[in-house]
Design a protein around this ligand. Structure first.
Ligand code: ADP
Ligand code: MG
Length: 374
């Protein structure tokens, strides 16, 4: 798909004003674009960064049209925009990311089915809408398995691990309330992710493989380059996905690696991703820079260079008190605070990136500082 290149001073409309929108806006402004953000929360991180702010719900069609009229291109940082509204925007305005990817990926079932159709290797899964289905899952997948809601889950929300019959009750209740998918639970050796940007004419550029550690199902830290020999295979999986799903911009594929070194595609985020934040300091282009280049129709760099290995750690509400006491002693920590007003224990309030030639030592020091976390 071809569309006009944006020129300096033209306007990018961003749906969603959280930290991803803020970092997108900062990249866009560096390049000379104007930014308008739509978000229901007047206190969101983008409020004080955008040139213009529209306070409205994500399904407010009038407000979305206003955003469309004021913008030369629309992008989003938030993937749960209602399909109908997004389809309308794609028809009426310039939305290079399109609506196909988001529609497939906001539903875990169609996401897994389309990944499988694309030839990607996914964890065995089944659709679950009733108690009978659940019994089928026990037969087909066996314990332990995960139950995940089809819609709206993030940071482990809407997920239950079922290890044995004793834990079936909670899963049954979830299945009665919401449509779900069941998935085999893997003994993980490692989690990795690959961030990629697709530009016009399918020009594709990969970031280095990222090694991720989750705690309580929330990303805790990312190490780059990943200490893994699976980068080539991960790229092959991503290429299958790019060929099957139309998308322009930055997206990230999350992978599981099991104890036998099998690589599985877990899920896709059709937008910049938490595990790509290190790229702001550690690479010659950040995932936000390449996203903005792609959606404004510019050429992408032919490759992304990792300037120095990096450790990125998320800063949750519970970390901020600690951080305030010690961060002045650590100029080597590149600290990003998103500007969310309400501090909650498990809410992502910021992140920090440390560039290092000694990842193990850096990790160790960081953990000592934040001891007792997680
Ligand atoms: P979310 O949308 O919340 O990120 P994910 O499906 O990525 O949902 O799950 C969050 C985390 O939970 C994963 O990164 C992983 O650590 C763990 N997890 C999820 N599914 C499985 C599974 N099938 N086997 C092992 N661990 C899993
Ligand atoms: Mg995930």
């Amino acid at each position: 798909m071809n569309f006009d290149k944006l020129k300096f001073g033209q306007t990018i409309g961003i749906i969603g004003g959280g930290q991803l929108g803020k970092m997108m806006a900062q990249s866009a402004q560096k390049m000379g674009f104007r930014v308008i953000v739509l978000d229901p929360d007047p206190d969101c991180p983008c409020q004080y960064v955008a040139h213009q702010f529209i306070e409205a719900a994500y399904d407010d069609i009038e407000a979305l049209n206003q955003l469309g009229e004021l913008s030369d291109v629309i992008t989003y940082e938030f993937e749960n925009i209602a399909a109908e509204q997004l389809k309308h925007l794609v028809e009426a305005y310039n939305v290079p990311q399109g609506s196909q990817a988001i529609q497939l990926l906001q539903d875990r079932l169609t996401e897994k089915q389309s990944l499988q159709d694309a030839g990607a290797h996914v964890v065995p899964f089944e659709q679950v809408t009733s108690q009978q289905d659940l019994e089928q899952v026990i037969q087909n997948l066996g314990y332990p398995f995960m139950i995940k809601t089809r819609f709206g889950g993030y940071d482990g929300k809407g997920q239950i691990l079922v290890r044995s019959e004793a834990e079936l009750e909670e899963a049954t209740q979830l299945v009665m309330r919401e449509e779900c998918v069941a998935e085999q639970f893997l003994e993980l050796h490692q989690e990795v992710s690959l961030t990629v940007t697709v530009g016009q004419n399918q020009q594709t550029v990969f970031f280095p493989l990222q090694e991720n550690e989750h705690r309580d199902q929330i990303l805790f830290k990312t190490i780059v380059p990943a200490r893994s020999n699976q980068e080539k295979r991960a790229r092959q999986e991503v290429e299958k996905i790019i060929n099957a799903i139309h998308f322009i911009g930055t997206f990230t594929v999350e992978f599981f690696i099991d104890q036998n070194q099998n690589l599985y595609v877990n899920e896709i985020a059709p937008r910049p991703h938490n595990s790509g934040h290190y790229s702001i300091e550690a690479c010659d282009y950040s995932q936000f820079d390449t996203h903005i280049l792609a959606v404004t129709g510019q050429q992408l760099p032919t490759q992304i260079e990792l300037l120095k290995p990096a450790v990125m750690m998320n800063l949750l509400g519970k970390d901020l008190d600690l951080l305030e006491d010690v961060f002045h002693e650590h100029p080597e920590w590149h600290i990003h605070i998103y500007g969310k007003h309400e501090r909650k224990a498990s809410r992502k309030m910021g992140h920090m990136t440390i560039l290092t030639h000694n990842v193990e030592q850096t990790e160790q020091r960081m953990l000592e500082t934040f001891e007792g976390r997680g």
